[in-house]
Design a protein around this ligand. Structure first.
Ligand SMILES: Nc1ncnc2c1ncn2[C@@H]1O[C@H](COP(=O)(O)OP(=O)(O)OP(=O)(O)O)[C@@H](O)[C@H]1O
Length: 892
């Protein structure tokens, strides 16, 4: 039995005399049943009374196992010895955050700004952890160390570390583990699990336990500890895992900490307890303590306030982070237990930091809401939302060379989901939080001609693969905060003057001609090459953005500048590199994962594995380094410096997302189109919804150039977009572009097309009906239209179909040959087809927008080169002035 719902009133805690002596109690009123039921009073006893001080009305509270009694016809509840009180249970706190919070609340806050810094202790720490996992999976120590150290070649090289010395260091730490594993206390049937992903519905805590032995948590620490007891914060961490494990069965009573460095200590020099493994008992007091610590953290994040350090008992004098802490409080004018140094930043910068911090944390909260849906939504609801693939039939599993597992399954269902190859997912035997779950990577997800989908997932442990769920990761959030911190607190004065509108960007001069057949493109390269601060290149659809960008990269390199080439998506990064190759330039390295990078760029991909010095040199000496903006915040790229950062698709990046890339360079060039897809944010009113590109282009029109000649669309097709989004400035680059026709494609005879499709822009009303997000009649009609183009000789890969909703995408996919690309707008951005068919789905009235944003329509309509067919309900479209104008153009 539990009470879960919003708090409606809170009373101050008081001390009362009871049969058992004096006790604290606080009374609160809440609406259980997630706010559906009438208010009830709950007495929070003992140490839970303190929790009442954290509460404000509106917060969600969870009380487990309360007692209930009737008092004058009213139900009254109270906490019992078994109860837990959880503040904002849907706010998912990571176990490592609780550990940090207990050490120092300020340190928890500061660590948001130092994500992904490269340091030897961190790299060594993860190597030892990996080796530990390997040993548990039965790999032999020497092979494991050798392999893992080789895999970390690049990072070790950037840290100027020698491979053999690192291997020895890791090996000596790992020996402690090996010896402990071999101790007589362990028997053959000792049950082990490594790297267990745990998500708690009750406590709002998630984490990955290093290992679980016979149901008890084992945590690995690469430091030393010569006390008999584990360190308090380490106990806190292991206790969190115990709490999470208890949710699925028995709560463990013992936790183990393995201090690997103890094994390396010299017994003649060190005194104390040198044994690496230290056990401790986990009692109710400790379990409740970690929940209370988590509650404090969740309450602080509820209103996104900044901790002062007084929330925990840390002693600042002993803290390694004291200086950083004081600088941050000084610069941002924050109250801090450690005090502060230096003057505050100008108020505009502090306000900006504050706004962006709040917006980013709000995004985190939205991601956590997604987490909660893992259990608040039923399996069917998740499948209907495209967030899960259910009912998979396991097809076996096998251990891979590195000891991890390949899990195979099949699915006959035609269900679609957002899950794609390369994604990190929650793979489970039935339920993502209640079942046996592993965090895994989808390496294959392919549907064959008879509709069977083959699924392969790589994971640490061999589970039965029956279900996949989208994993709502907040991994990137700290990257955004770090980028913002680095830009505002560490950025040069000159850069900040530009970002905060205090000085106009300046340019040098050049007499060179870079592109001789397109004035705007030539001007764009000129700006990029001569910019002392920044240049902005606005590229409407098909105007040669990529071509111009590649030319600019080359021109900069010719002048001896080192260039960072970045974009929002992997695809755009690869497109730019392909264009560079076409222009005869190939001195670049590509940073990215094997899955992220396209096949054609695998040869340019920087391997991490190898000889450290050689790996680091390859990166350090490359004239051009390319990777997505998200990768720019990685520990590897943060070690690099560039003269110029060129960022494509800048209109799709949030401000902090853009800062991650431009922080690495002295000057920057943003390339994009703010009239196409905006940044994707979960909170509609978010400050993050406007890109830095859009803000700067409005602020500094003189630093910008618009490419105005497009090389893609027939004149008839481009007209609506040009008029509606580009003040009529967009024009075909050549008469050939303007006058292109379907009949120019080989084997195509346009006479074979039905008369309705003869025009370059056509409109068809299939008289369908929308149910949910699907319009079946319209899907049938789209299939007929695709068929008509095919019969007229258009090749399948020349046709693309775009629909606003995934459900309609699925409905159409089932009706057309598998070679035809059918997808949402986001997947089509940056590409084009000779023929594009757009399905609008909506019928009768437009209660909710078809494409959430007009800019998405712009993208959809401008993917077509020679023929565009709009399929939708005339009445619905005419009910909105924007779509009405679109119809008038289509029917003119
Ligand atoms: N100055 C030019 N001279 C000749 N061809 C050009 C020129 N600029 C671009 N093109 C050609 O026009 C086509 C479109 O260019 P590109 O792919 O660079 O467009 P884009 O603006 O990046 O498109 P998108 O809007 O999809 O990002 C390409 O085939 C490119 O080679």
């Amino acid at each position: 039995m539990e009470l879960r719902g919003p708090v409606v009133a809170v009373e101050e805690p008081r001390t009362v005399n009871t049969r058992d002596g004096t006790r604290d109690v606080a009374e609160i009123t809440m609406r259980p049943g997630r706010g559906e039921e009438p208010p009830v009073t709950v007495s929070l006893w003992g140490s839970w009374a303190e929790t009442a001080e954290l509460l404000v009305t509106g917060m969600t509270l969870l009380v487990t196992e309360p007692s209930r009694e009737e008092f004058r016809g009213e139900a009254r509840y109270a906490t019992t010895a078994e109860s837990y009180v959880v503040v904002e249970p849907e706010f998912m706190v990571d176990v490592t955050d609780i550990r940090e919070w207990v050490q120092c609340s300020r340190q928890y806050y500061l660590s948001k700004f130092t994500s992904a810094s490269l340091s030897y202790p961190l790299v060594k720490g993860s190597l030892v952890h990996e080796v530990f996992g390997d040993l548990l999976r039965g790999r032999d120590l020497e092979t494991s160390v050798e392999e893992r150290v080789a895999d970390a070649g690049l990072k070790l090289g950037l840290l100027d570390r020698d491979r053999t010395a690192v291997a020895e260091d890791v090996q000596s730490n790992a020996r402690a583990i090996e010896r402990w594993l071999q101790q007589g206390t362990l028997t053959e049937d000792d049950e082990w699990r490594s790297e267990l992903t745990l998500i708690s519905e009750t406590f709002g805590i998630k984490g990955r336990a290093d290992a679980v032995r016979r149901g008890d948590p084992v945590e690995l620490k690469t430091g030393k500890n010569t006390d008999a007891e584990p360190r308090f914060e380490d106990k806190v961490q292991a206790t969190c895992y115990a709490l999470l494990l208890g949710e699925h069965g028995q709560t463990p009573e013992t936790g183990t900490l393995l201090y690997t460095k103890n094994a390396v200590l010299n017994r003649t020099e060190e005194t104390g307890d040198l044994s690496p493994a230290k056990e401790f008992s986990i009692g109710p007091g400790l379990l409740q303590f970690v929940v209370r610590a988590r509650n404090e953290l969740a309450a602080m994040e509820y209103d996104i306030s900044v901790p002062t350090g007084y929330e925990s008992n840390a002693i600042c004098e002993y803290c390694f982070e004291q200086d950083t802490c004081m600088v941050v409080s000084g610069r941002l004018d924050q109250e801090s237990k450690a005090g502060s140094v230096g003057g505050a930043l100008p108020s505009a910068e502090r306000e900006y930091f504050d706004r962006m911090y709040r917006a980013t944390e709000t995004e985190r909260r939205e991601i956590h809401r997604e987490y909660a849906k893992l259990w608040t939504q039923s399996a069917a609801e998740r499948a209907a939302d495209d967030k899960a693939l259910l009912g998979l039939q396991p097809q076996g599993r096998s251990q891979r060379v590195d000891g991890t597992w390949e899990l195979r399954a099949e699915n006959d269902d035609t269900a679609v989901s957002k899950i794609r190859e390369g994604d990190t997912v929650l793979a489970s035997d039935g339920h993502p939080t209640r079942g046996d779950t592993e965090l895994g990577r989808v390496v294959r997800l392919e549907t064959d001609a008879d509709g069977t989908t083959e699924i392969i997932v790589h994971a640490d442990e061999p589970i039965e693969l029956r279900r996949l769920d989208v994993y709502p990761s907040d991994y990137g959030i700290n990257g955004l905060l770090t980028a913002m911190h680095d830009a505002v607190l560490k950025g040069s004065q000159r850069r900040r003057d530009i970002l905060f509108g205090r000085r106009d960007p300046t340019f040098g001069e050049t007499n060179a001609t870079f592109i001789d057949n397109n004035t705007a493109q030539n001007r764009a390269v000129e700006l990029a090459v001569t910019a002392n601060d920044c240049a902005l290149i606005h590229g409407p659809p098909g105007t040669g953005k990529t071509y111009t960008l590649a030319r600019a990269v080359r021109a900069l390199c010719e002048r001896g500048e080192r260039v960072l080439l970045s974009a929002f998506t992997n695809r755009a990064v690869d497109n730019a590199l392909e264009q560079l190759r076409e222009q005869g330039f190939s001195e670049f390295v590509r940073i990215g994962t094997e899955h992220g990078v396209s096949d054609s760029m695998q040869d340019a991909r920087l391997e991490h594995r190898g000889e450290p010095e050689e790996r680091a040199a390859t990166l350090r000496n490359a004239p051009v380094v390319a990777g997505t903006a998200a990768t720019c915040g990685s520990s590897v790229l943060k070690e690099c410096e560039f003269d110029v950062a060129i960022v494509d698709e800048a209109g799709q990046l949030t401000e902090p997302g853009t800062l991650a890339a431009i922080n690495l360079a002295d000057r920057f060039v943003l390339v994009g189109d703010h009239e196409q897809l905006p940044p994707v944010v979960r909170d509609d009113d978010s400050e993050l919804g406007t890109s830095l590109f859009e803000r700067l282009i409005e602020q500094y029109p003189d630093a910008a150039v618009t490419l105005d000649k497009q090389y893609r669309m027939a004149q008839r097709i481009q007209y609506f977009s040009s008029q509606t989004f580009y003040d009529g400035q967009l024009r075909p680059a050549t008469p050939a572009v303007a006058g292109q026709q379907l009949a120019e494609l080989s084997a195509v005879s346009s006479e074979a097309l039905p008369s309705a499709l003869q025009d370059a822009v056509a409109f068809v009303d299939p008289n369908g009906a929308m149910t949910g997000n699907v319009n079946r009649q319209e899907a049938d009609r789209v299939a007929e239209i695709v068929d008509a183009y095919r019969s007229a000789g258009v090749a399948a890969d020349d046709i693309g179909v775009i629909a606003p909703f995934r459900a309609q995408v699925a409905a159409i996919t089932r009706r057309v040959p598998s070679e035809i690309d059918v997808d949402t707008v986001d997947r089509f951005q940056g590409s084009a087809r000779a023929v594009i068919v757009v399905s609008f789905v909506a019928t009768d009235t437009l209660d909710s927008p078809i494409f959430e944003d007009r800019r998405r329509v712009n993208v959809a309509l401008t993917r077509a080169k020679k023929a565009l067919c709009l399929v939708g309900d005339e009445d619905a479209l005419r009910s909105d002035p924007f779509y009405e104008r679109m119809l008038e153009w289509a029917e003119s």
